[in-house]
Design a protein around this ligand. Structure first.
Ligand SMILES: [Mg+2]
Length: 363
């Protein structure tokens, strides 16, 4: 007898940041995570999470009824039903973020029902997943970026990501200076990724790549806007720095368009946006067919399972500011440059139901 989903609960967790942060195009004073709890008839709980509170209402209004009564083992069926519901109203953005949070909770339940961690259900073997560290937003002063970078290197991190895009992408000299300071401090043995958060146009991105040619940058993340696929291709064709994008793209269809256009060397889909575990594995397979690597954006607690299983998985992103800390009480350890996937069934995470209950969302 299948253990059907009998309830969907949503918690719109929102906190003011102690220190506001900004990157090239976004200012953050608050952090928000919408947490989803699926409860089965036998009382099992599946937890999922994604960014932003607008999805809380979307989940309850659009998906709740469609999910109740479903068998969590039938993740493909649940996914297709949800996608069908949003066909006219939004195949990207909020709708897909809401779907992703539910799909992640469905996979947490699948693991708990079958007594296995998600990475094993997906066919993965490794529990230790290599990470790179995102060293602070653009709001972090250069000296602090250097200090933090050295700290990470001492902890065994082999790859660092540095934000660029000062003055809305109009200050290449400052961008080059920021990266050079880190390169000079950490030496040549450490990989450096730069992330422009999409604020350059293609021509400016190429100028940056030329100006930074002696810094051995291994990846250029979102040099242009997420929708500027032709621009990404132009930058990639110069052969100056390998190109990465995808954190603001959605579904297998978005993945298909990027790889067919030969726009990226590394795909950076976000499991909480692309459509959850179900869709991320499909995107990974499409990318693999084009020999494109996968380096998921953010949410390492969920993406680690994908990287264990995807043959083209590269590394996981971790932040100094772990924004999920009060929500997930057993934060998996990161040591020697590796993230360790918990052995417990499902995602292996413990959500703090008491903490999130203060943020319970209802219509
Ligand atoms: Mg980014």
């Amino acid at each position: 007898m299948p253990d059907l989903i009998k309830d969907v609960e949503v918690f719109a967790v929102r906190r003011r940041l102690e220190t506001p942060m900004f990157d090239a195009n976004l200012k953050m004073e608050w952090t928000g995570n919408t947490v989803v709890r699926l409860i089965t008839e036998s009382g099992l709980e599946g937890w999922g999470m994604a960014d932003g509170s607008p999805i809380a209402e979307f989940i309850l209004r659009r998906f709740r009824e469609a999910v109740i009564g479903s068998d969590p083992l039938a993740n493909e069926e649940i996914w297709s039903r949800m996608f069908q519901l949003i066909r006219p109203s939004g195949r990207k953005g909020v709708a897909l973020i809401a779907m992703s949070a539910i799909d992640i909770a469905v996979w947490d339940l699948r693991g708990k029902l079958l007594g296995l961690p998600v990475y094993r259900l997906l066919g993965g073997a490794d529990r230790l997943i290599p990470v790179y560290a995102s060293v602070g937003f653009l709001s972090m002063p250069e000296d602090e970026v250097v200090e933090k970078s050295l700290e990470y290197v001492r902890e065994g991190i082999k790859t660092l990501k540095i934000k660029i895009g000062y003055d809305n992408g109009r200050n290449i000299a400052a961008d080059v200076r920021r990266v050079k300071k880190v390169r000079d401090a950490v030496g040549r043995g450490i990989e450096i990724i730069v992330d422009a958060n999409g604020v350059y146009d293609a021509a400016t991105a190429v100028r940056f790549a030329k100006a930074a040619a002696d810094m051995d940058i291994s990846l250029f993340e979102e040099p242009t806007h997420a929708d500027d696929i032709a621009g990404l291709r132009r930058i990639r064709d110069t052969g100056l720095i390998p190109v990465a994008s995808g954190e603001n793209e959605y579904t297998k269809y978005g993945c298909r368009d990027m790889v067919i256009a030969e726009a990226v060397d590394v795909l950076q889909f976000d499991i909480t946006r692309v459509g959850g575990v179900t869709e991320m594995m499909k995107a990974a397979a499409i990318a693999q067919a084009w020999n494109v690597k996968l380096a998921p954006h953010f949410y390492p607690q969920f993406s680690a399972h994908i990287l264990s299983a995807a043959p083209n998985g590269l590394y996981l992103e971790v932040f100094p500011e772990n924004l999920s800390k009060p929500i997930i009480t057993n934060q998996p350890p990161i040591a020697g440059g590796f993230y360790e996937i918990p052995e417990a069934p499902g995602m292996g995470l413990e959500f703090d139901s008491e903490y999130v209950s203060a943020f319970k969302f209802s219509l």
